[in-house]
Write a new protein. Sequence first.
Length: 171
Amino acid sequence: MPEPGARDASIAIMAEWEMRPATEADVEVVAELRAVVLRADLERLGRYDEQRVRQRLRDGFSAANTWVIEVGGGFAGCVALRPAADAHWLEHFYLDPAVQGRGVGGAVLRTLLGRCDRDGLRVRLIVLRGSAAAGLYERHGFTPERDDEVDVVMVREPAAVPAGAAPARRP
């Protein structure tokens, strides 16, 4: 398995992707990807700690609410959607840098948000202040709800689903 961030010529622009349910065996590759993806933003915020960035993922990982994203049959990222009392929380959405900017993140979001829209569910997430990922979330209807010196909590209300609309792709 290539290291996260390694360029792979088999990953084409808007490559075919799929999601599979995560297992506990996925936790270490996901923790490593998290460290790679968040490093620049955490360093900019003065919060990067090589062990802590991985351990926080391990401590909060729930395979039951997490999917592994695969491109070309290989590990390309992950995403979690955790149910809570007043919203579902979009968490641990990390894509290998080799896949970023190729439409996979937007496609994954459309899939998950389509499911939440059908079920009438509000979705919240936390993004690091100043992260480029905030733009992706804004394009998909998220708006800032509150923030602090490190994090921005964003929220998205369910969109109206037209009667007779085809169901969104299920994860």
